[in-house]
Design a protein. Structure first.
Length: 88
């Protein structure tokens, strides 16, 4: 699954939402266990998607830092050092 900022924001919004309403639920320890498992899974997904987005940003910055050097190397490939030093 591809992590996006919108998905991450949605998970965070679900975490912060307080759902106080009447409904028919099992109640007791079974409901607590299920709610805990859902919350733990949501937190795991938030952490996983945050780290995925951070890694993608780091990779982008790393590749961007070398792209200008690669372009310069291609431009200077068939030139002597004297020609490169005297470019306007």
């Amino acid at each position: 699954m591809i992590a996006t900022k919108a998905m991450l924001d949605q998970l965070r919004a679900e975490r912060a939402r307080n759902t106080e309403h009447l409904d028919y639920t099992i109640g007791g320890p079974v409901e607590f266990i299920v709610d805990s498992a859902v919350a733990a899974d949501r937190e795991r997904r938030i952490h996983q998607e945050e780290s995925t987005l951070k890694n993608a940003l780091q990779k982008l910055r790393y590749e961007q830092s070398f792209s200008s050097r690669e372009g310069m190397a291609k431009a200077h490939f068939n030139h002597t050092k004297l020609e490169i030093d005297h470019e306007p």
